[in-house]
Design a protein around this ligand. Structure first.
Ligand code: DAH
Length: 357
């Protein structure tokens, strides 16, 4: 018994892990373990011998069991200590900068445009991207036979075969928001309406989905001079320069009279687009004085109120400001492009903090 005690107590003390401990338990006090086999011998002993050997064997069994339990506890504590040591973390260290998503140039520029016009008192309005042909065309003085309907390369929504109402369209411009805003708020009104628009067109400066921001200012005595001033102020603030050359070209839109298109001086040299220099012009917006019929469609009396409107290509001015040569890449979701042209998510554009830094 003393041999057994010495053997197992030292083996248990040396055990390096729980699996070894379990083997030792089976060898010593398991059903066929050495101590258990000794206990079976008790039956063959004389009663006197048994009285001595029985309690001694039980004590040995208890002693081995508690040595096993103590060692198991010690091994567990050591494992926990080791884990705590290896997973130790210094929470006072500064966070590691891991660049996550970036703000898309279209979102950034939309925010910038909004900041500039907000400063001039324009509120932001919205309208649906799936629009009735009345809002997209008729209310804007573009009747059914008008060539502008075809020129806009419109996407029409499907109708059920037996439904002969005119189909809805994917709005071809943000101008229908003019009508919705006039109907909702009446005059005077001063809004911009940024959003997605759709036309079947695809090349370096055209994609089937792109972005515009509509502007509308109606009051009793608003004139073309106010329009020109607003656009010049906008362009200076947006491009963050003192002077940018603009070209107002007489034009025609069904919803304005008179109408002007506005180009900005730029160069495409070496494949990079630069604003404010060179011999090229890039058209960035259409504008004019709101047509009386459009005011009427918006339930505003054209004898009392007048105003200007404009429609500006957001993607176009993003390309110009940030020197992005191809519009198609805007919508490819190429991570390398997004990392290169994207903006930090916490730099919110404001006039006082700087639009783009
Ligand atoms: N809706 C026109 C387009 O998409 C742009 C436009 C021109 C908007 C003149 C206007 C405007 O508000 O007055 O081409």
């Amino acid at each position: 018994m003393d041999d057994l005690r010495e053997k197992y107590i030292s083996l248990i003390a040396e055990a390096a892990d729980e699996a070894t401990l379990e083997d030792l338990r089976v060898q010593a006090v398991g059903k066929k373990g050495e101590v258990s086999l000794q206990m079976r011998e008790l039956g063959r002993m004389s009663p006197e011998e048994r009285q001595v050997a029985g309690p001694a064997l039980n004590a040995l069994k208890d002693e081995i069991n508690s040595a096993l339990a103590a060692k198991k506890q010690a091994l567990g504590d050591a494992a926990l200590d080791e884990r705590l040591r290896s997973e130790w973390l210094d929470v006072t260290l500064p966070a590691r900068i891991r660049r996550q998503g970036t703000i898309h140039p279209v979102s950034q520029v939309t925010e910038e445009v909004t900041a500039v016009f907000a400063d001039m008192g324009f509120a932001v309005a919205e309208g649906p991207q799936i629009e009735s042909d009345w809002y997209n065309f008729d209310a804007l003085n573009i009747p059914g036979h008008h060539p502008a309907r075809a020129e806009m390369d419109t996407f029409y929504m499907a109708r059920a075969k037996d439904d002969d109402r005119p189909p809805h369209v994917l709005r071809t411009h943000t101008s229908p928001v003019q009508i919705r805003s006039m109907q909702e708020h009446g005059a005077p009104i001063r809004i911009i309406a940024p959003g997605r628009v759709y036309r079947a067109d695809y090349d370096q400066t055209h994609t089937p989905m792109f972005h515009q921001v509509e502007g509308l200012a109606i009051d009793r005595d608003i004139s073309m001079a106010n329009l020109k001033w607003c656009l010049e102020e906008f362009v200076k603030a947006f491009f963050e320069v003192d002077d940018v050359e603009l070209r107002f070209r007489a034009s025609h839109f069904p919803f304005t009279e008179p109408s002007a298109e506005v180009d900005i001086r730029c160069s495409w040299e070496g494949g990079t687009l630069k604003v404010g220099e060179g011999d090229d012009w890039l058209e960035i917006l259409g504008s004019g004085m709101v047509h009386p019929k459009v005011l009427e469609a918006g339930k505003i009396d054209p004898n009392e109120w007048q105003g200007f409107a404009f429609g500006l290509g957001i993607d176009r001015i993003a390309m110009l400001k940030y020197g992005i040569p191809d519009l198609r890449a805007f919508f490819d979701s190429d991570l390398r492009w997004l990392r290169h042209y994207g903006f930090a998510s916490l730099d919110v554009p404001t006039l006082h903090g700087g639009l783009s830094r």
